[in-house]
Design a protein around this ligand. Structure first.
Ligand code: IVH
Length: 675
């Protein structure tokens, strides 16, 4: 065996540390500071050293995260302090009762609480001896869990060795293993491609990955870890005054902790936090099923003690469940704005995500087949935030022999026109176009919606009635609507009819961006509509443009461009636009960016990077000016950068630009280029 010099040993330690630091930046902070290639280089270097000097390899080397050999079964681990569960509160009264019990127990007026998200994953306990990760276990029954050390080692955000000045001789870290939503979506896509069973939700995916007997499989699944407390420990450096200090301490040891943790005072703040996190829930990268309130003072925690298996000093305030089980009574087909036929499951009403759900989308025929949903099946439905409820999966164990399969109709259920499914599309579409009443309704609903022409009081039900009575067929017909036609409708009081007429009148003054969006051109959302308005400035320019010119607009590719030209190639659409203009629908027009480009701006098509503080404009203003003339602003300097605009105190980007020989401009230089 080769002798290892002190220098090599030091280089080896250094490399391990560097790699673990980058693992932390990437997996815990989600903020990598080096490229994947640079990381791979470090890793390769480490592998080479280990190949030459295998005696250096320990279980905490970053190379050991790939997964050790499979085990036959998990062995048992007795927890040195039990892993408890939390009591639950489902409404504000139950939280108020918790706070009252705490205050009465402590004989104080007001209590400081640390508030945290409640991760929807699996509780684990990680044991560190002299700073080295030696053992990790599931919660199990709270007293004893399963030894999943090998699997936990593959999780890149779990430190294998603690790096701190004074590492504790013994420390148990408690926290949750979970799978990020994005990684869950990728995993399921892979499972689909490999014809393997998909996971129902990130929690199940995390559980399935963590309880693998073969750690090499776990290593291929991206799991995350968040710390929320400590178990046994024997060190004076570990804070013994406040839970919030313990959390800070854990963060200083490079354990991932939720950014959303904070310390607040009293009941009102607890309820405020619940609302705050509830609003953030959909944007969080991981699933949570509530928030946790913990008395912050550790002395107070000790004074309060425990009841049965849960602490008196903490409680979980749960969000309404996002998934529930119910029965598919029927499968109907709905026709959308673009004629897409969407199968919809009519459900036995079920309370999920905080509301009673009676319908859930089945997306399209392929999805029904893939999930094998039949009429009469027992299914899991999911309603997350404002997302349309969907059927997640069938509870096969409960399938009866009376279920009926569903066949997608060959004709539009509303207008009877043929339904066709184009090559490469997942949905079938009604070919009735704007002659199909369903499409008429949706087109008008979209036209009147808040982000389009914003006709207040003209709701979906009213529009449906107007179309069903053949009073209106197109958005242009709205501007011919009289008071009498409206007042004659069901449940329409004269006052509301007046309000609707006034709202229709008011909507005549709009913007070009809103108008373009309101037309409901396929693949043209609000942002694209804004870009189109900015670029063309006039509706006539947009109507008479071609596919090539359209693709000059940012974010417009061949598909979007074709949708736009197809839309304007349809005489009926042009007619409706003419009628709308004739009725007085108006907006301001200008020459658009297109004309500027025609004057051959030097900025058009060039890539810029902004760095440092400019004397007279913010970076956002500079960015807007550059984009207005067809330039692009990116965040990092590369050989593709045409110009770097540098203000005071430029960062590393400036040095890189100098190295690469990129043109350097100051604010004045940029302005002269723009003129
Ligand atoms: S503290 C003594 N904090 O919820 C209290 N638990 O019902 C120990 N959980 O098994 C738990 N997020 O898996 C705590 N921020 C958080 C949590 C959390 C999720 C889970 C944990 C525990 C369960 C208790």
């Amino acid at each position: 065996m080769n002798d290892v010099s002190a220098a090599i040993q030091q280089q080896y330690q250094q490399l391990c540390q560097t790699i673990e630091q980058h693992n932390y930046n990437y997996h815990a902070l989600n903020d990598p500071t080096i490229s994947d290639a640079e990381f791979d280089k470090f890793f390769h270097e480490l592998q080479q050293i280990e190949q030459r000097y295998p005696q250096l390899i320990t279980s905490e080397s970053p190379t050991q995260r790939v997964g050790a050999a499979p085990v036959k079964s998990f062995s048992q681990v007795i927890h040195s302090t039990p892993m408890l569960s939390l009591g639950n509160a489902f409404d504000e009264e139950e939280v108020a009762a918790f706070d009252r019990r705490v205050r009465e127990g402590l004989e104080v007026e007001c209590v400081d609480y640390t508030v945290e998200p409640k991760f929807d994953g699996l509780a684990v306990s990680l044991r560190y001896e002299k700073g080295v990760f030696v053992n990790g276990a599931t919660r199990g029954d709270g007293n004893a869990g399963e030894d999943i050390t090998h699997n936990l080692r593959t999780i890149k955000s779990i430190p294998l060795r603690l790096s701190a000045k004074n590492v504790p001789s013994l420390l148990e870290v408690r926290g949750e293993v979970l799978m990020l939503k994005a990684d869950f979506i990728n995993l399921n896509q892979q499972q689909r491609e490999n014809n393997e069973k998909e996971f129902v939700n990130p929690r199940n995916a995390a559980a399935g990955s963590l309880r693998q007997l073969d750690p090499r499989i776990t290593a291929t699944r991206r799991l995350a870890f968040f710390a929320y407390g400590v178990g046994v420990h024997d060190d004076k450096n570990i804070p013994n005054d406040k839970h919030s200090h313990v959390m800070k301490y854990l963060a200083s040891l490079y354990f991932p902790v939720a950014h959303e943790c904070k310390t607040v005072k009293g009941l009102t703040s607890l309820l405020g936090y619940y609302q705050e996190i509830g609003a953030l829930r959909e944007q969080l990268p991981y699933d949570i099923d509530g928030v946790v309130y913990k008395v912050d003072s550790l002395t107070q925690q000790e004074n309060l003690g425990f009841v049965a298996r849960a602490p008196r000093f903490a409680i979980a305030h749960k969000f309404p469940a996002q998934e529930a089980i119910t029965e598919v009574l029927e499968i109907d087909v709905q026709v959308g704005r673009t004629g897409a036929l969407t199968p919809v499951a009519r459900l036995r009403p079920v309370f999920v995500g905080g509301v009673t759900v009676t319908n859930a989308t089945l997306h399209n025929a392929d999805e029904i087949k893939r999930k094998d949903v039949m009429i009469g099946d027992t299914v899991i439905v999911r309603r997350a935030g404002d997302v349309i409820p969907e059927v997640v999966s069938v509870v096969m164990a409960q399938r009866s022999e009376h279920v009926k399969s569903f066949v997608m109709p060959e004709h539009c259920p509303v207008c009877g026109a043929r339904a066709v499914r184009l090559l490469g599309e997942t949905v079938a579409r009604c070919t009735g176009g704007l002659f199909c009443p369903a499409q008429q309704k949706h087109a008008i609903m979209h036209f009147a919606s808040r982000r389009a022409l914003d006709i207040e009081g003209l709701g979906d039900k009213l529009i449906a009635q107007l179309v069903d009575h053949a009073i209106i067929k197109t958005p242009a017909d709205l501007y011919k609507l009289g008071l009498t036609a409206l007042a004659n409708l069901d449940r329409m009081a004269e006052k509301s009819a007046n309000n609707v007429v006034a709202a229709i009148e008011k909507s005549k003054n709009t913007t070009l961006a809103r108008f373009i969006y309101a037309l409901g051109i396929r693949n043209v959302g609000e942002t694209t509509a804004k870009e189109l308005a900015r670029y063309f400035g006039r509706i006539d320019h947009l109507m008479n443009t071609n596919i090539e010119d359209l693709q000059q607009v940012s974010d417009v590719g061949p598909t979007v461009a074709k949708s736009i030209t197809d839309f304007f190639a349809e005489p009926h659409n042009r007619e409706v636009i003419e009628q709308l203009r004739a009725s007085g629908v108006q907006w301001e027009e200008n020459d658009g960016v297109q004309m500027l480009l025609a004057h051959d701006s030097e900025v058009n098509g060039k890539t810029f990077v902004l760095t440092g503080t400019l004397p007279n404009m913010t970076r956002d203003e500079a960015k807007q000016k550059i984009e207005d003339q067809g330039g692009k602003v990116t965040g990092s300097v590369s050989s593709k950068t045409d110009y770097i605009v540098a203000g005071a105190d430029p960062g590393g980007k400036y040095d890189k630009a100098v190295k690469l020989g990129v043109n350097i401009l100051d604010e004045a230089g940029l302005l002269s280029l723009l003129h």
